[in-house]
Design a binder for this molecule. Structure first.
Ligand SMILES: [Zn+2]
Length: 363
């Protein structure tokens, strides 16, 4: 089985908002959450350490995420900020949580911040003598309102942050999902400062306008950790997905695009609360999005998977072949049926992200 890298997962947000313990399996979390608000609001969990082991998921880009108060969905939605100071505190809490998790459960999770750590981690995962291994966490900031001023970037970097996405909804830095707009002057200044640290810029959630500007302006590495192909989503009701022009820009910058196995991001008009059924969106639709990225690129070097599992949805909203994250391995035969070779499949499931990290993490 090839190694999988999952380029987007809100682990800390779930741990803090719902008290989820990801050393448990998804099945165990579901059993414990029967009849609770977590299950009602976020669906049945799709992830857990035993599932990562079964699916050979070696690395997860684990997010720091909180929503602005204007997007708060209810009392259960605890991690919302009303000021930049709030945002900083909420995001820092999550970063500290990842450090605590890695320190207290070193057999389950570890942080990956440097090239040496990455190389040792991958060697361990490829060693058949190892019965189980810790999952590697690469820390990603989703929405940059937590950065109050440019002189705080060094502190975030020291604490292990390696990817920054400017937007979720709109932020002070850029237009975002359902809040379109360009980069702001603060956004342009932030990009210039980020380049000094070689932070990877995550374009996910940016509006077409801000994404195209960032592609022109940013000198550092550029990726999209969780986004799908607008060309395959006719009349999608928001600016959440990327046109071929933006996807092509990421490819030209040698970035990687993580496609999302969420039914409402795979089929326009699929809405769980309106009674849409899982069976309407087979996993092969995710393969079609991955194939679209590969066709645009002319190779298999820029496609990946960014599951976003448990990020506001669960089992009830993913293709029927998926019971847990381990089932992402079922993409392999679907890609093979589309003409992809074993080495293409290894790249798409994980190697493209591993090579990206090899190129960009500090030595
Ligand atoms: Zn997101």
């Amino acid at each position: 089985m090839p190694l999988i890298v999952d380029s987007h997962c809100d682990l800390a947000w779930n741990m803090l908002n719902y008290g989820r313990d990801y050393t448990r399996s998804a099945a165990e979390t579901r059993r414990l959450e029967a009849g609770t608000l977590a299950r009602e609001m976020n669906g049945d969990s799709l992830i857990g350490w035993p599932d990562y082991q079964r699916g050979q998921v070696a690395i997860v880009f684990s997010t720091l995420f909180a929503a602005p108060a204007r997007a708060k969905e209810g009392e259960w939605d605890k991690l919302c900020y009303t000021s930049y100071d709030d945002a900083r505190n909420l995001y820092l809490d999550q970063l500290h949580l990842y450090h605590e998790l890695a320190e207290s459960k070193p057999d389950y999770f570890r942080l990956i911040r440097e090239l040496r750590e990455l190389r040792e981690h991958i060697a361990e995962w490829l060693d058949p003598a190892e019965a189980s291994r810790p999952v590697g966490l690469v820390v990603l900031m989703e929405g940059a309102d937590a950065i109050r001023s440019l002189d705080e970037l060094g502190e975030w970097y020291e604490l292990g942050l390696r990817f920054i996405g400017l937007s979720w909804s709109g932020t002070r830095y850029a237009g975002g999902t359902r809040e379109p707009g360009p980069l702001t002057e603060d956004g342009r200044r932030l990009l210039r400062a980020m380049a000094d640290f070689n932070f990877a810029l995550d374009l996910s959630h940016m509006d077409e306008q801000s994404a195209l500007e960032a592609l022109d302006l940013y000198d550092g590495p550029i990726v999209a950790t969780h986004v799908n192909c607008l060309a395959l989503l006719p009349s999608f009701p928001s600016n959440r997905h990327f046109s071929d022009r933006v996807l092509h820009g990421v490819i030209q910058r040698d970035g990687v695009i993580g496609n999302v196995p969420l039914n409402s991001f795979l089929k326009s008009g699929w809405v769980r609360k309106n009674g849409s059924r899982r069976e309407e969106v087979p996993l092969d639709v995710l393969a079609a999005h991955i194939d679209h990225v590969c066709q645009l690129a002319g190779d298999s070097l820029h496609a990946g998977i960014g599951s976003d599992f448990d990020g506001g949805f669960g089992l009830q909203s993913v293709p029927p072949e998926i019971d847990t994250v381990a089932d992402l391995q079922k993409l392999a035969p679907l890609l093979r049926a589309r003409g992809y070779s074993d080495s293409d499949i290894e790249r798409i499931l994980g190697q493209n992200w591993i090579h990206f990290l090899e190129r960009t993490l500090p030595s």
